[in-house]
Write a protein of this length. Structure first.
Lengths: 120, 545
């Protein structure tokens, strides 16, 4: 019993998920999810790190005044805020439209087959 | 070039000789009123705290909106408010990196972590990490790293409390400040013991609303003083400090190659740390579904984003209206820029209000941290390892509450030791530890099939030990003017943030550890975790009352 303390019995069920994992339906959901979140995560990280590196290694470039006292560095920093809000909105709309219907269908299907019973 | 508003300048000179700031009795009464109101809320909420799910996860009954506010409340700590405003006021552009990093970091949580975490876990981060790996080693590692991150985070909050109070109540002596830290610690212990997660969540919600409102009012006020011209504020900041370099990158970090790398290290720790913070992760369990978890992150991102935009105005506003000399010479040092600014704008009353909000912020964040660490210890080490899963829930709850008391005492001691440091900087250390010890394992276990127990344990201990050891041998601890141990010098690691070494190292160890383990983990468990993480089958449900 030491390897599986009862605490985790609420975490797992006797239901075998390997078949569900192999199903086309799930693979499709997995693909939809990953093909959005992975490229998006890489993109914002690269954009953020580019900003950090530019600020410290190209200070003259970033210090160019764009209007008044506002320089390019400050403007790009504000642009980081804009892209973060933008990516958030894009993800929420994507998840509501593409992920939720697939996930709900699959969940209902699995629950009908007996998965997830015996929960707290 | 836009003309700098000169109308604001005479006011600065008129106020320069005011040394004690505000009226202590106004500050105290505003603060006490706030404490009484929140305590009443906590006691009311606590009437329905009976089970472990109630105590740790608020019965999973919070809506996404409420939880989003609470996340913002948890995240916008004194470091964000006092620390960032101070950093921007003194270092200009280089301080702005904190705002951007702390904010952009939320995309990691939104895209990769919040929903699968809600779908696969129960109370703590370790629930997810140990889902398909061997329970004991992973739970112990996760719990130790939770305690370590919490400790660094608490240091920052307590240092903030000291700075704020010294300014507010006119307590200049170190003994007086230490005494105040003791009082804060005791109030915090009461908060958590009485209210549990539900009470704490309500404190976070109230505080988030007050903080964002207070900061918004100050921002509009400053903008109005400068004719809603941001460029004019920047101009005035340069003028007051007589330092044109403050708008450009490099004021603090551009000095040498080492400081440049330090800047990148800080940037990396900030963006990867947020999603590894145990007290933030635990928040995702207080909502009923993954969809609500998503909604709560969206709310959090909106509020946090607005807040950090405001701090940009406040930081340069403080630089313009007060100037770095006066900030550094005030009782609270760099951390007192925000309350000083409030005084400059609205006198004693606004300063009393803003300081009370900042104080409440510290209190609430400390409570959130304490509950996370106590849940982790009671649930992951006591019940799962010491008692082999056989403790009854009442016992576990008692252990959790004892842990709160111990954490309270440790944070009081730590806070007394960390007085005078910039708290945004201290929090960045907690972020570095979180990004090194927790994030790689969370990502691997959610997204990499081949990940094994050895990988998890190596990555967590490797990240934790390397980051903590690098901090100990960095200028943070010794060898510099601002070090924690003045006089000593054993700083052999030149950077002040360990992230650039410890984060990649932890990812690498997780990879190598897993590849070197011949026996893969149970494929059934992996299947279950993956299916559950995306579909929400069998996720913990809300508790009905």
């Amino acid at each position: 019993m030491a390897s599986t303390p009862p605490v985790d019995s609420a975490n797992s069920t006797a239901f075998d998920f390997t078949e569900a994992q192999r199903s086309d339906q799930f693979q499709q959901l997995r693909k939809t999810h990953r093909s959005f979140v992975f490229p998006m995560a890489v993109a914002f990280l690269v954009w953020y790190l580019l900003y950090v590196v530019l600020a410290i290694y190209a200070p003259e470039f970033m210090s160019q005044r764009i209007f008044g006292n506002v320089n390019l560095g400050l403007l790009l920093g504000l642009l980081q805020f804009v892209t973060t809000f933008g990516i958030t909105a894009a993800y929420v709309s994507f998840a509501n439209r593409k992920l939720d219907p697939q996930a709900t269908a699959l969940r209902e299907h699995l629950e009908a087959a007996g998965a997830g019973r015996g929960e707290a | 070039m836009i003309n700098i508003t000169n109308a604001a300048l005479p006011a600065i000179h008129a106020a320069t000789d005011t040394e004690t700031v505000g009226t202590p009795w106004i500050n105290i009464s505003v603060f006490l009123a706030f404490v009484v109101v929140t305590l009443v809320v906590v006691i009311r909420a606590s009437k329905s705290t009976s089970t472990a799910a109630d105590y740790y996860a608020g019965g999973r009954s919070f809506s996404g909106t409420q939880n989003g506010l609470a996340i913002a409340g948890d995240y916008l700590s004194a470091a964000s408010f006092l620390g960032i405003v101070g950093a921007i006021a003194l270092q200009g552009y280089d301080g702005f990196l904190y705002s951007i990093g702390f904010f952009v970091a939320w995309l990691v949580a939104l895209l990769l972590i919040a929903e699968p975490l809600r779908n696969t876990g129960k109370f703590t981060m370790a629930d997810v990490l140990s889902f398909r790996l061997r329970q004991r080693p992973v739970r112990v590692a996760a719990s130790i790293s939770t305690l370590a991150v919490t400790f660094f985070y608490l240091l920052a909050q307590m240092a903030g409390a000291g700075a704020l109070v010294s300014l507010l109540l006119g307590i200049g002596s170190k003994t007086g400040q230490s005494l105040v830290i003791v009082v804060v610690g005791i109030i915090m212990i009461v908060y958590v013991l009485v209210g549990g997660m539900k009470g704490t969540t309500w404190v976070q919600i109230i505080k988030a609303c007050l903080l964002v409102t207070g900061v918004a009012v100050m921002t509009v006020w400053i903008l109005a003083m400068f004719g809603f011209n941001f460029s004019a504020i920047l101009g005035a900041a340069v003028e007051t400090n007589n330092n044109p370099a403050m708008l450009d990158p490099g004021l603090k970090y551009g000095l040498s190659e080492i400081t440049k790398i330090d800047f990148i290290s800080l940037g990396l720790a900030l963006v990867l740390g947020a999603a590894g913070l145990p007290h933030v992760l635990m928040r995702f369990y207080t909502v009923p579904t993954a969809k609500e978890a998503r909604k709560s992150v969206v709310w959090a991102i909106t509020l946090i984003g607005l807040f950090y935009l405001f701090t940009l105005v406040l930081g340069f506003g403080a630089a313009a209206l007060i100037g770095s000399d006066r900030i550094l010479n005030s009782p609270g040092g760099v951390n007192s820029a925000a309350p000083l600014l409030a005084y400059e704008l609205g006198g004693s009353i606004l300063m009393g209000l803003i300081a009370a909000v900042a104080f409440a912020t510290i209190l609430a964040v400390v409570a959130g941290l304490a509950i996370t660490a106590s849940a982790s210890f009671a649930h992951d080490i006591y019940t799962s390892v010491i008692k082999n899963g056989n403790s009854d829930p009442k016992q576990e709850l008692r252990v959790a509450k004892t842990t709160v008391v111990i954490i309270g005492l440790v944070s009081i001691a730590g806070g007394i030791g960390a007085q005078g440091q910039n708290i945004a900087f201290l929090v960045a250390l907690a972020f570095a530890v979180a990004a090194s010890a927790n994030l790689p394992t969370i990502l691997y276990s959610l997204y990499w099939k081949r990940f094994t127990t050895r990988g998890a344990v190596l990555s967590m201990y490797g990240g934790l030990i390397s980051s903590v050891v690098l901090i100990i041998f960095s200028p943070v601890m010794s060898g510099a003017e601002t070090s924690m141990i003045p006089g000593a010098d054993f700083a052999i690691y030149p950077l002040s943030n360990p992230g650039i070494i410890s984060i990649p190292l932890s990812f690498l160890l997780g990879f190598l550890g897993s590849m070197s383990e011949r026996r893969p983990e149970d494929p059934k468990k992996q299947a279950e975790m993956e299916v559950r993480s995306l579909t929400g089958v069998g996720a913990e449900k809300a508790v009905d009352h």
